[in-house]
Design a binder for this molecule. Structure first.
Ligand code: AMP
Ligand code: MG
Length: 487
């Protein structure tokens, strides 16, 4: 009763990089004249390049750097009440056989096979009942030849028992019992070790604990187990245009949706998520706001303020000074501007409260001494502000990173193949993640209209993302596409 190590059932990691990708234009191809299957763009090569000649990093390279930076949180021992959804950090074995004693599988009568061999519906056998054993009774009973002992499900078998006659085959008597059928050796008996042998591994390290795993751990007598703690994720949205949902807005302002969305997505990925109040686009606000939160974060996620240039992109400007976060363009659509790195907890704070995690030294940071306080660094994602970009970026990069914090490689989105019910377009050199409705029973996927990165209404209708690979500029109705199933 164990799950494949480190994998969550049917979850699979995001797909391998295949080459060049595209950029969905908002218009969906109408005529779809060129019926060619998977019409290709420029030839694939390791690195995608934009027309400007600026290099884009592939989705896989960016993800690999992220996963190469993150180390799992240190395991901790928790009681079984608190481990649901966490990742087991030890193999759990049976310390005794399961069950640990021979017992009855049914309510009935313990008998010797020979004493009931002649029993039939028409010609029943009657035996005296000498005792009654209930589940939990630890007394030593012995079955004498020519007699029976009334026994309940789970009760320890009296010495000498060869079979249990179900109560349904009898008149249910207490002093004497009328038995209307015979039974073979072992009938309705659960033998010691019939479920698991002593020492057998029941649940392997790396398993995300679901109710069935918790059942077997408890049945093996373990009250607590070593697990990776639930990652604490702090989510912060930046933007002077943002207002709290529920509060009135004036033209020029919008309600913050990203922080609620990302916090919920982080919880869905098994985290404790803390949503921080909106941070304005002001250089003096951004860095202090982030630093304030580090002490309670195993992972920070910001949205907004990391676009390609503007002076209002204060997250990028503020964090760039630290030199430990790399801002780059990733060959994807939506979600091209990505930032990831680690950020240090202020020394005064870290001394008071040592962190519980270990990280590899930040791969981007060449300025730090070799003995950098790796323990004191928190990984941080700076996701683009457009809600769909932030969402897709979270699912493609942050979700696997959250898995890595838990020592779990099964948090990538499930990927399936499905037939397109309409055409899609994508620009060469970028991998498009297109909002869509997947009908699994039909094996079909329908691309949604309105693929702009700001079009959150379309996101609300989607249950899947069609992947248009880097080298594809158009896919036709009837083509088979790779589809990511949204959690
Ligand atoms: P930025 O990445 O800051 O340039 O933002 C890109 C777009 O996303 C702009 O239209 C922002 O108004 C919008 N945006 C940024 N943050 C949020 C947010 N938290 N919720 C909704 N939209 C946002
Ligand atoms: Mg902004």
């Amino acid at each position: 009763m164990s799950e494949p190590k480190g994998r969550g059932g049917d979850w699979t990691a995001p797909r391998e990089p295949k080459g060049r990708g595209g950029d969905w234009t908002e218009e969906r191809g109408t005529s779809d004249e060129g019926r060619s299957r998977l019409e290709s763009g420029p030839e694939a090569s390791g690195k995608a390049e934009r027309a400007s000649g600026e290099e884009l990093t592939s989705v896989e390279d960016h993800l690999a750097e992220i996963l190469g930076t993150i180390r799992p949180l240190a395991p901790t021992k928790l009681g079984l009440d608190d481990v649901h959804g966490l990742v087991l950090a030890e193999d759990v074995s049976a310390s005794t056989p399961l069950p640990s004693f021979d017992n009855s599988a049914m309510d009935g009568y313990a008998v010797r096979v020979e004493d009931v061999a002649a029993a039939t519906e028409e010609d029943p056998v009657t035996l005296p009942v000498t005792a009654e054993v209930a589940a939990g009774d630890t007394g030593a009973y012995a079955l004498q030849p020519g007699t029976s002992i009334k026994i309940m499900t789970g009760a320890m078998l009296p010495h000498g028992t060869e079979a249990v006659i179900p109560v349904e085959w009898t008149d249910g008597g207490t002093a004497r019992v009328v038995i209307r059928g015979k039974a073979d050796y072992g009938h309705a008996i659960r033998l010691t070790g019939g479920d698991a042998k002593a020492g057998e591994v029941l649940v392997t390290a790396g398993t995300r604990l679901r109710p069935m795993h918790i059942a077997v751990i408890a049945a093996a007598g373990r009250g607590s187990v070593l697990v990776r703690p639930r990652p604490r994720v702090v989510v912060l949205s930046t933007g002077s245009e943002l207002a709290e949902p529920g509060a009135p807005v004036v033209p020029g302002r919008i309600w913050d949706s990203n922080s609620f969305m990302i916090a919920a997505a982080a919880r869905e990925a098994g985290c404790l998520a803390y949503r921080q109040a909106i941070v304005r686009d002001h250089p003096d606000e951004v860095l202090p706001a982030i630093e304030d939160q580090l002490i309670r974060a195993d992972l920070m996620i910001t949205t907004g303020g990391v676009s390609m240039g503007g002076e209002h992109d204060v997250v990028k400007a503020a964090l760039q000074q630290l030199g430990t976060i790399r801002f780059r363009k990733v060959a994807m659509q939506p979600g091209m501007p990505q930032g990831f790195g680690t950020i240090a907890v202020a020394p005064a704070v870290s001394q008071q409260e040592p962190r519980r995690r270990r990280f590899r030294r930040d791969p981007y940071d060449t300025a730090e001494p070799a003995q950098a306080a790796a323990d004191e660094r928190v990984p941080i994602f700076t996701l683009p502000g457009n809600p769909v970009s932030a969402y897709v970026s979270f699912q493609v990069f942050a979700r696997p990173a959250i898995g890595a914090l838990q020592g779990y490689d099964g948090l990538g989105l499930e990927s399936v193949q499905a037939e397109l019910t309409g055409p899609v377009r994508s620009s060469a050199g970028r991998r498009s993640f297109l909002r869509a409705v997947l009908d699994r029973s039909r094996g079909q996927v329908t691309p949604l209209t309105g693929q702009g990165s700001h079009q959150v209404a379309t996101l609300g209708k989607a249950n899947a993302l069609i992947i248009a690979p880097e080298w594809v500029v158009r896919m036709a109705e009837g083509d088979t596409a790779e589809v990511l199933v949204l959690p």
